[in-house]
Design a protein. Structure first.
Length: 503
């Protein structure tokens, strides 16, 4: 039987909260925002049908506080909670407590969160579904000589990973036997500290792989569909910076095999809702399962752009008990989409998270451009939250059109008052690696070094430009000054990039 939600609470903040609020609006569902004091003036708080202030100053007391969020949900009389990504989105206890409160968790069942939240039990499901996994050792870690023999057999370099790890935490590279013990201890310690679980396993470290993931969508009636793949190999410190769909580097046979493997795995896990099956792919197009992200991904807009399917609305439909009314063959790839993650980080200072006040903001909205952002002039950017500020997405009939649009968007997007990575994003998309579509998970590091040394040698006027905005007393600079700084910036940056057209 299908139910119909009247009101949904969004257990999240910023751009993803806005994304879900907008989906609710289109479905005539009231939205409830929650916010901590720092977010009181945020756009998502203003746009929600209702908003509730959370008590507490630290994230664990606010956005991670299950009891408090459920109390608000109860008070607001919501039917369901959408957790977004991050925070409580993959927390099985939260999903379970929602059920106990009679509130639908918009995501997979708690059992699926438990099974797939642990990389080792997810690998076991992959084995069962005959999906290849990275060669390695998944048993209890022995001591001494026996451990060394296992590592020798896998071959160096290898990775030690925390079974419960995520976001690059609990992962350690081992290049030789002497580093193994310490890597195990650190991965165990991080697994325990961040995820409450010290189980670790060992994996072969593939050199220069690509990270390609498959979006899946499943309902509670046993149907599982794939929405094709996303290429996410532009990574810094194992975290994604630019994503695109479809992948420019795989054959249609590999695409089909990857997508079928993802569907098999999701079926074996009795999965429902939206999810992502992540793989790494070697230079021979051999792919290996990495993990399942049991939630909406940051990069979901590129998939929405090329399939025309609204993933948030589909998640809501599935949570309402609806049967997805399409066939796999109805889902077609159309065009090409690219997403750049705009981060508050300081290129002058090893890309450390930056803080400040948004002085001037101009987000160019035009055909083929989607900006998922929660930025507003006067907004304080604080380092307590994730440094991702916005997602800039372009879509075109071909990859080249999407790329050209992205280049123009990065050039015209104006954000003053806070240090950010737009120039670096521009540099990345203009590199030969990205332009050719032949890149892997280690492509960004050398480009980063080139970017930094070029900036140092050219003494870019950007820092002066950013500082002008930072020190502007009102936090805002006049249109004339802005135009002048933008023009000089544009000229300088084009000159700067022209050196690197052939990188
Ligand atoms: P997390 O859950 O912490 O994000 P993942 O297992 O998803 O960790 O891996 C994150 C990234 O680390 C991958 O996208 C890839 O770049 C790299 N990586 C993970 N496992 C391997 C491996 N076995 N060989 C090479 N790179 C890997």
């Amino acid at each position: 039987m299908t139910s119909s939600f009247k009101k949904i609470l969004i257990a999240n903040r910023a751009e993803i909260a806005r994304r879900i609020i907008h989906a609710c609006r289109e479905l005539d569902i009231a939205s409830v925002a929650i916010y901590s004091e720092e977010d009181a003036g945020s756009l998502y708080v203003k746009e929600a049908s209702e908003a509730y202030l959370l008590n507490g100053s630290e994230i664990r007391e606010t956005y991670l506080n299950i009891e408090q969020i459920l109390q608000v949900a109860h008070k607001a009389g919501v039917d369901a909670i959408h957790p977004g990504y991050g925070f409580l989105s993959e927390n099985a206890e939260f999903a379970q407590k929602c059920a106990e409160f009679g509130i639908k968790f918009i995501g997979p069942a708690p059992e699926a969160l438990v099974k797939l939240g642990d990389k080792l039990s997810a690998k076991a499901i992959a084995h069962q579904a005959k999906v290849p996994t990275v060669p390695g050792y998944e048993g209890d870690i022995p001591q001494g000589e026996q451990l060394l023999q296992i590592a020798e057999k896998i071959g160096y370099p290898l990775l030690v990973k925390a079974a419960a790890g995520g976001g690059g935490k609990g992962m350690r590279l081992v290049t030789q036997a002497g580093e193994l013990q310490e890597a195990l201890l650190i991965a165990q310690r991080e697994g325990l500290a961040y995820f409450g679980n010290d189980r670790v396993f060992i994996e072969k470290y593939l050199s220069e792989p690509r990270h390609i993931e498959v979006q899946i969508l499943a309902d509670e009636h046993g149907q599982v569909f794939h929405l094709f793949e996303r290429e996410c190999s532009m990574q810094r410190r194992h975290q994604k910076v630019i994503e695109e769909a479809p992948s420019p580097s795989i054959s249609s046979q590999t695409r089909q095999a990857l997508c079928e493997a993802a569907v098999r795995l999701a079926k074996a896990a009795q999965y429902s809702s939206a999810g992502t099956v992540e793989f790494i792919v070697d230079s021979q197009d051999q792919f290996y399962f990495l993990e399942v992200n049991t939630r909406l991904q940051v990069e979901h807009p590129v998939t929405e752009s090329v399939t025309g399917i609204d993933l948030v609305q589909s998640q809501i439909a599935v949570a309402q008990g609806e049967k997805l009314d399409f066939q796999q063959s109805d889902i077609q790839l159309k065009g090409h989409a690219i997403e750049c993650r705009l981060y508050a980080e300081d290129p002058e200072n090893d890309f450390l998270p930056a803080e400040g006040v948004v002085g001037v903001l101009e987000e160019p909205h035009r055909p083929g451009v989607r900006i998922d952002s929660s930025l507003a002039e006067g907004q304080k950017i604080l380092p307590i939250f994730d440094p991702m500020l916005a997602k800039l997405i372009t879509f075109g009939a071909t990859r080249q059109i999407a790329l050209n649009k992205m280049q123009a968007l990065l050039h015209d997007y104006t954000l003053l008052g806070i240090r950010h990575n737009i120039d670096f994003l521009n540099f990345l998309i203009q590199s030969n690696d990205f332009q050719s579509g032949h890149y892997h998970t280690h492509s960004v590091q050398p480009l980063l070094s080139e970017f930094q040394s070029l900036r140092a040698s050219q003494s870019m006027p950007l820092s002066a430009w950013a500082v002008a905005a930072l020190t502007s007393r009102s936090g805002k600079i006049s249109n004339k000054t802005q135009k002048a700084t933008m023009d000089s910036r544009s000229r300088a940056f084009q000159g700067f990039l022209s050196h690197f057209k052939n990188v």
